[in-house]
Design a protein around this ligand. Structure first.
Ligand code: ADP
Length: 431
């Protein structure tokens, strides 16, 4: 089996899928691993993305997990490593972007060119541009985008050279838009200049997707690239790969269809409504009823599965806890935010498991945390990334002991992704 050429380490789950999706669209066959796998890669792939949950861990743990991912990727034979973080550069004064980058650089220092890396969260097609080192989200600077109020990683400075320098021992420099506009030779020359000045990591400007495509060739042979998901569009060509439908090929879809939704984001609430209005069967899960049932020694998941079972033969069913903000707030007020979240995640994951046990082989899961819980409940450790349904959301195929033989198709939709008709459209796209 041909070894993967690109090994990626993503600092969160849905970010990993976003990156994988870009790589597939640019022509790579991609497998996403959930955490650092205990075993070798079990499918042919040009790139592997290891999804960690390291974005807000204490620095030492984030570094340790990232190095463990690196060792696994090296054992699979990858030639280049890509550290993927959020397109809003989510981090604190302590890290984790800087410390993880430097730990990976230290580990790769012996490789030719291992003393230099780049950093850019730019993805202009997704409204993330970097200009003179400053990150813009849409039309406003990062620190005016709402990210300054993020509960865990408040971003109060849009100057990424400054932000990254606070997290790094190595000197941080800039490859600005004028250099990037001139293409590979100019970028390589600028890297040589920065190296001579003792710079170890350079923030790179990109104000259009063409900038990312111009940057790609200049990254050929660089042992470590650090970026959001945008830079990925320019890398497959370095390995002789061009966009092709073969990259996103999955085994044929089989079995029954279902949607499990624990996301309460605006887009998901619209998708739930759209599914109901299309006349398809949908069952709401009320967190307070989960508690009441548990108190009575009963199981709401079992009740939901009994509801779903006779309907599944006729087409997709939806089980959802999605609710409007006022309802969610009220539930959280009564149960506590974390307890409510965990309770719902546990119940929806049990329902996803029960649905697969009843023959569902095409599963849509809405919600980042909800997806994590469902994937874990289904014992899924590696997923092959398939065709995109909507930007950032591809179909995947995974093996699971819950779906012996065929495995199952699943798509993990984070909160605000997808058009209103996403739940119905997803199955049409797979067919
Ligand atoms: P998103 O991707 O939209 O952020 P997540 O699944 O990551 O969705 O997060 C939604 C969180 O809200 C989960 O922890 C989920 O269990 C919780 N949740 C879902 N429905 C409800 C509800 N009706 N009341 C309270 N919490 C809920």
């Amino acid at each position: 089996m041909k070894q993967p050429v690109l090994g990626c380490i993503a600092d969160d789950f849905t970010g990993a899928t976003d990156l994988a999706n870009n790589l597939v669209r640019a022509g790579m066959r991609v497998v996403q691993a959930i955490g650092v796998p205990a075993q070798a890669l079990d499918a042919a792939a040009d790139a592997v993305v290891v999804a960690l949950k390291s974005r807000t861990l204490p620095v030492a743990q984030a570094v340790e997990q990232s190095l463990s991912a690196l060792r696994w990727l090296q054992a699979q034979g990858v030639q280049q490593v890509y550290f993927k973080y959020c397109s809003t550069f989510d981090s604190t004064e302590q890290g984790n972007i800087g410390p993880v980058t430097e730990a990976l650089m230290d580990a790769l220092a012996a490789q030719p060119g291992g003393d230099f890396s780049i950093a850019t969260p730019a993805f202009p097609d997704n409204q993330r541009t970097v200009f003179k080192g400053h990150l813009f989200v849409g039309d406003v600077l990062l620190n005016e985008s709402g990210m300054q109020n993020h509960p865990l990683t408040p971003m109060t400075d849009a100057n990424l050279v400054r932000v990254l320098q606070r997290q790094c021992r190595r000197k941080v420099g800039l490859i600005d838009y004028k250099v990037v506009a001139q293409g590979e030779a100019a970028i390589r020359q600028r890297i040589a200049e920065l190296r001579a000045q003792g710079v170890g990591v350079a923030v790179v400007d990109a104000i259009s997707n063409d900038d990312l495509l111009r940057l790609g060739p200049a990254l050929k042979g660089m042992p470590l690239v650090t970026a959001g998901s945008g830079v990925a569009i320019g890398l497959p060509a370095n390995f002789g790969l061009a966009p092709s439908s073969a990259a996103s090929e999955l085994p044929p879809a089989t079995g029954l269809q279902a949607v499990v939704s624990g996301s309460c984001s605006v887009a998901t609430n619209r998708q739930v409504l759209n599914f109901i209005q299309s006349g398809r069967p949908a069952l709401a899960i009320d967190p307070l009823r989960i508690v009441a049932k548990e108190a009575a020694g009963e199981d709401l998941a079992a009740e939901a599965l009994a509801w779903a079972e006779p309907l599944l033969e006729q087409g997709p069913v939806l089980v959802y806890s999605s609710a409007d903000p006022a309802t969610v707030k009220s539930v959280q007020g009564q149960l506590g935010v974390d307890a409510a979240g965990a309770l719902v995640e546990r119940t929806l994951a049990a329902i996803a498991r029960g649905l697969v046990a009843r023959g569902v082989r095409q599963l849509v899961v809405a919600g980042g945390e909800t997806s994590g819980a469902c994937v874990q409940a289904l014992n899924i450790t590696q997923m092959k990334i398939g065709p995109q349904i909507d930007p950032g959301v591809p179909w995947c195929h995974a093996h699971s002991d819950m779906a012996p033989g065929t495995g199952l198709h699943l798509t993990l939709k984070s909160g605000n992704f997808g058009t209103d008709d996403f739940f119905g459209k997803a199955f049409t796209r797979l067919a």
